[in-house]
Write a protein that binds this ligand. Structure first.
Ligand code: BG6
Length: 492
């Protein structure tokens, strides 16, 4: 794989630096890029959080994070030590105007004023506007400053607008990087290559040849320690409104004029605008919401969601969603796009299934099944096209057998698949917004999601229980069965 050149020297200032995201994702991702020679030794990673830690304390936490979240074979002690030298810490409450801003200011002032600054907000989204205002009042927003916003951007259109307005008062739109880590996944980016570098697929990419599309992001984990956040969010806000809609956009969009950021984002936006609205009265027809109850994984008993939340908890938050979406456009007509995501499901698997139409007529004794293209986003990243071939076993007739044309990327290219944050964190330094979400995309996604949430809040569709370790409630099967369709795991 061709190595990218190192980026310019930068200061990465992370708000919420003692949190899970920083430890689990940001620091390991920056370590990998440092190890691969893409981060200069003069760069600094400045953690800020309210905890009164010394620089050495924070470096200790960062070291632990590398041990926990970098593969042992990739963790070279000397490289890790040099990487930890880049790490600094300022104890600061970013949401408070009179916090210890002078400490951050003087640390930043040690570098030339035109150094690239990235303010990474890994805090509660409700604080984004306030932090940006404080940065601005402290004179810390320079021409070379960018801000990165973690999802969720709001809990509905109104709150998303409030956040975007708050940040937008201090940073121009082209300096705001709204991260959706699904766009950093190699296999999600590969959709662009697969679709637009291979005319063989693009010619068939419409309702003429495609019966339906499935996009699944299934997880085996429950809510782990994130109950307080998750219970206010639920699967629709946590996964569908952002990650799955972004993947849907890349599957459904028309070819962009170029790979330039706005060219791509304009096409994605058109898809979001073309999504058939699901009104509160439609939710029982087009959506299924579920919540896991206790179940089994082999011999292990898995707790239900309410138990995971804690003693005496009650909740009507969905941990599973299935939706029949449609993209009303000339290309797609009424082709269903089934979206599904859930916690505590049978397997960890994110994939896209393109189910082609069956042949209109069969000259064989048995009708050949329709072709299917499966794009595995994770794990086992790859692409499989199922085809009918002649059964090679000697028979008197021309019998058919199913086989797969299968590319497993890691095996095919012999390369490590980087975590999505690696690419995205340095794209911010490069100032390349192509894999980030523009404000109007966030708005369009909420405009589609809000009426569904409203219908659910009005209890227009039942919350279906499903056992932990299963593929979700039976109603999710029924959603497809109505059109004679099946989820991938149920297909022969
Ligand atoms: C995050 C969600 O955005 O994505 C989590 O908040 C979820 O709830 C995670 O677990 C899934 O990401 P991935 O990359 O493991 O599919």
């Amino acid at each position: 794989m061709a190595q990218l050149p190192p980026v310019d020297i930068f200061d990465y200032i992370v708000f919420g630096a003692t949190g899970d995201l920083t430890m689990r994702k940001l620091l390991p991702a920056l370590y990998y890029r440092y190890r691969d020679g893409q981060i200069p030794d003069e760069a600094r990673i400045i953690g800020t959080a309210r905890s009164p830690l010394s620089r050495a304390d924070f470096q200790g936490r960062a070291e632990k994070a590398l041990h926990n979240f970098v593969k042992p074979a990739d963790l070279d002690p000397d490289t890790a030590r040099r990487f930890l030298d880049l790490v600094h810490y300022v104890s600061l409450n970013g949401a408070e105007a009179d916090s210890t801003w002078p400490a951050l200011k003087s640390l930043l002032a040690e570098a030339p004023a035109d150094r690239i600054r990235v303010y990474y907000l890994a805090t509660a989204p409700g604080l984004y506007g306030q932090i940006c205002e404080n940065l601005s009042n402290q004179g810390l927003v320079t021409e070379q400053s960018r801000v990165v916003l973690e999802k969720p951007i709001g809990t509905d259109l109104q709150s998303a607008n409030a956040i975007n307005d708050g940040v937008g008062r201090h940073f121009p739109e082209n300096h705001i990087f709204r991260i959706d880590h699904y766009l950093g996944k190699e296999t999600v980016q590969n959709l662009i290559a697969l679709r637009f570098a291979n005319p063989v697929f693009e010619r068939l990419w419409s309702s003429d040849a495609i019966e339906y599309v499935q996009i699944t992001a299934a997880e085996t984990v429950g809510v782990e320690g994130r109950g307080p956040y998750y219970d206010k969010s639920g699967a629709l806000r946590d996964m569908i409104q952002n990650h799955l809609l972004q993947v849907l956009c890349l599957v459904a969009m028309d070819p962009p004029g170029s790979l330039e950021a706005d060219s791509l984002r304009n096409e994605k936006l058109k898809v979001l605008h073309a999504l058939r609205p699901i009104t509160p009265d439609d939710v029982a027809t087009y959506t299924v919401r579920g919540q896991y109850t206790c179940g089994k994984e082999g011999d292990k008993t898995l707790a239900g969601y309410l138990e995971d939340l804690g003693e005496d908890a009650t909740s009507s938050t969905e941990t599973f969603v299935a939706i029949r979406a449609e993209v009303h456009s000339w290309r797609w007509g009424a082709v269903p796009f089934y979206l599904r995501s859930g916690k505590r499901m049978a397997e960890k698997c994110s994939e896209i299934v393109i189910q082609f139409k069956a042949a209109p007529w069969s000259i064989f004794a048995t009708k050949p099944p329709a072709n299917r293209l499966v794009i595995r986003i994770q794990p086992d990243e790859g692409v499989t096209l199922s085809v009918s071939t002649k059964d090679p076993t000697p028979t008197d007739s021309l019998a058919l057998r199913q086989a797969d044309i299968d590319i497993a990327f890691e095996k095919a290219f012999g390369t490590r698949y980087p975590d999505s944050y690696e690419r995205l964190l340095l794209d911010v330094v490069r100032g390349d917004p192509v894999l980030f979400i523009r404000r109007d995309e966030v708005e369009a996604a909420w405009r589609w999601a809000d009426p569904i949430l409203q219908g659910w809040a009005e209890d227009k569709v039942k919350l279906e229980p499903y056992p932990a370790g299963s593929w979700g409630p039976e109603a999710a099967r029924a959603l497809l069965a109505r059109s004679g369709h099946q989820w991938h795991e149920d297909m022969a």
